[in-house]
Every structure is written in structure tokens, then in C-alpha cells.
Design a protein around this ligand. Sequence first.
Ligand code: MD3
Ligand code: FE
Length: 228
Amino acid sequence: SVKERPMVVRCYTRTMIRMTQPRVVIAEGAVHLPSWMPVEAQQKALHEIRALADGEAGFYTPILRNGARMRVRMLCCGRHWDAKTYRYDLLRTDVDGLPAPPIPEVLRQLACEAAESAGFSLEPDVLLVNWYGAEGRMGLHQDKDERPEIIASGVPIVSLSIGDAAIFEFGGARRKDPVQRIRLESGDAFVFGGSSRLNHHGIASIVAGTGPTEFGVAGRYNLTFRQY
Ligand code: MD3
Ligand code: FE
């Protein structure tokens, strides 16, 4: 179903225009907000991501407990997701032992607004930034390493996409449940709360060269904001 979110747009002509923004409910609690971020907000977010990338504790390639390299580069804020233990930790124990940097305030604010746009509320204390190159992907999985009480409460995970489009797969509670394929574009927000919080999901592929050219970014950044 599609619901509309009324919003006011300030034009350069100083006229106030009432517009609506699409809100697509994919499953109970799973709300897709296409083009939710204006281009300026995406650029502001990219600026923050670049500052993190250039910081002491930058991007790395996570190596899973089975020894496999993930097909994304990652950077965690607030808390670090340890790919060896599948636990959250204040330090990057499986990478370089450095503390996870704090979540930049600009980004935290964006996530709270996206949650609100979807009818949820979120106080994120973890941000995972994933970077996908043209060959990037992420297999079907569940996000269940957060505290059980948080997961049970239905608090959402907020995802923001910037750069190249991605083919996102969204399944159900069981691994074998059928998946919906949704193309995520630069500027899209997606909120996964309620009963969709434990659904299987992944990134099947990146559609290289489809991001806004003015950003000068290669590949795709995905930001997931979580409450641990
Ligand atoms: C559905 N990231 O970091 S974001 C992840 O695009 C992750 O980088 C993907 O899956 C990416 O764990 C997908 C969309 C997403 C994020 C969290 C979810 C979908 C979700 C949690 C529950 C259900
Ligand atoms: Fe996930």
C-alpha cells in the first residue's frame, strides 16, 4: 500500500507548495521512503562519511568467523560489530583495537527523522556504514546481534542509501521464505521495525554507475542505524 506524507517545500520563488512524499509499506513494519533525502542532505551525509573514512578508525574489510572476507567495506560508530564473535563491542577487537568513533550528530538526526517519517521512533546508539563496490554484495541474513529486549520491542533499524543503486532482497522470518526484490536508489530511506525486524534480507547486486554523478562517489554507501 502507498500512503502519503504531507510536506511543505520552500521554493526559490518564495511560494509555499504542498507536496506529498511516497511511503511504501512492503510488509508490516517495513516502510520504504523513496527519495527521502534531498540531494543536499545526501551531500552533507557524504561529507560526514568522508571525515570518518579519513579518521583514525576508518573502513576495513570484515573477516567472518569462517575466514571468509565480506564483500563490503565497513565502518562502525557508537559500537563496533565484531565479525568474529557477532557481538557489539566498544573496541574494534577483530580489526585494530581502536575505539569505535561516535555517531556524527548530523547523521543521528537524519536517522531519527527517517524513523519518524515512517511512524516509528528510534534512539540510535550504533551506526554501521557499509561501502559496496561494483562487485559488492551481502548474502541473505537476519540482524539479531542487538540486545534481545530491543529486538523484541520492535524498535526499527533505519537504512539510508547513497550512491549507486542496489538490488535489495527482502524475505521473511524463515530463510526459505520468498524474497521481494526492491531497487534501492541514492536518497532512499528504509525503516524496518515491528514484525519485519527479524526478516531475512541482503543485497543481491549493485547497479554500477547509477548514482548521482555530481557526488563523485564510486559505489554505494549504506548506513544502518540501530539501537543496541
Ligand atoms: C531488514 N545492510 O548492514 S540495508 C546490514 O544495504 C544490512 O548494506 C544492507 O543488511 C545494506 O545488516 C541492507 C536494509 C536493511 C537493514 C536492516 C534490516 C534491511 C533490514 C533489518 C531487518 C530487516
Ligand atoms: Fe542486515
